[in-house]
Design a protein around this ligand. Structure first.
Ligand code: HEM
Ligand SMILES: *[C@@H]1O[C@H](CO)[C@@H](O)[C@H](O)[C@H]1NC(C)=O
Ligand SMILES: *[C@@H]1O[C@H](CO)[C@@H](O)[C@H](O)[C@H]1NC(C)=O
Length: 244
């Protein structure tokens, strides 16, 4: 059967097939370019903060560079920043790192190393202030090992009580409360099959406060739970302890 299309119908069709997408394209392009020019206050503030952090780190690097150049500091006994600055000035082009990489590494170590460590120390001091019995035990252990000498790396590894206290502090108040992982390819994990691209969220804080793992006294500060190792403390769930 032959269908007769009227002029009006052709116009309607044109409207749907041509005009509507055209308007869409124009509108979307406009929004796209507008968003490139126009920024929200949040975006502006965020960009300023990024720049501020970058410049602060650049200043710190410059100061150290001067010392490295004048030979005031050298790699023997130097710190991580020293090594980074030297790597930036490596005469071998294939070993040289860019200033962007230097700033990046600095940020990683500052945030990953500084915040975590100070959080751990703050909670540990707090816990020892409340639990004076453990404060006394820790003091005794340190004095037994070092007397009036400054602690040294060899001795520090022998501090058993202190290790238990730090682990209990990390269990109760982990500085990093969760970590995430992405499954790259399908893998069996016990009874589970994890599909590729799956995102895993590992809730450290929740695992550290699970009574099924640590017992009914899970919320209490009891460093003695670590006296015979992680397995004994965690009802044989060593992977449930995620200090770092
Ligand atoms: C109590 C102290 C610390 C805690 C609780 C801690 C915790 C963690 C955790 C949970 C991760 C894994 C993050 C993830 O994979 O998603 C991590 C990674 C990392 N941490 Fe720490 N950290 C501590 C101290 C430090 C220090 C002192 C440094 C360096 C000076 C440092 C440098 C790093 C770096 C570079 C990574 C990334 C490693 C990678 O590429 O996978 N951390 N830390
Ligand atoms: C530069 O470093 C690379 C990688 O370590 C090495 O193979 C190469 O021999 C070095 N070149 C010079 C001139 O030292
Ligand atoms: C503390 O935890 C770490 C990491 O799991 C472990 O290697 C260490 O033996 C523990 N120390 C004590 C005293 O529990």
């Amino acid at each position: 059967m032959l269908t007769i299309i009227t002029n009006l119908e052709i116009l309607k069709l044109m409207l749907i097939v041509v005009i509507v997408p055209l308007v869409d394209v124009v509108l979307i392009s406009f929004l796209y370019f507008y968003s490139k020019i126009y920024k929200t206050n949040d975006e502006i503030e965020s960009e300023e903060l990024v720049k501020g952090i970058h410049n602060t780190i650049l200043e710190i690097i410059k100061k150290r560079e001067e010392k490295v150049m004048t030979g005031e500091g050298n790699s023997i006994g130097g710190d991580f920043l020293q090594l980074l600055v030297e790597a930036h000035h490596d005469t071998n082009a294939s070993l040289k790192i860019s200033i962007e990489d230097l700033v990046d590494e600095y940020k990683t170590f500052y945030i990953a190393g500084q915040e975590t460590t100070s959080t751990l120390l703050a909670w540990t001091i707090f816990l020892l202030a409340i639990h004076t019995d453990w404060q006394e035990k820790a003091r005794k252990e340190v004095l037994n090992l070092f007397g009036k000498q400054n602690p040294n790396p060899d001795g520090i590894t022998k501090l058993k009580i202190m290790g238990m206290i730090i682990n209990e502090s990390l269990r109760l108040y982990p500085p990093v409360i969760a970590i995430t992982r992405k499954v790259e390819r399908e893998v069996r994990l016990g009874k589970l099959t994890l599909l590729a691209n799956l995102l895993l969220y590992i809730p450290t804080l929740a695992l550290h406060h699970d009574p099924k793992i640590w017992g009914e006294d899970v919320h209490l500060f009891k460093p003695e739970r670590f006296s015979e190792g992680i397995a004994k403390a965690s009802n044989n769930n060593i992977a449930a302890f995620f200090p770092c």
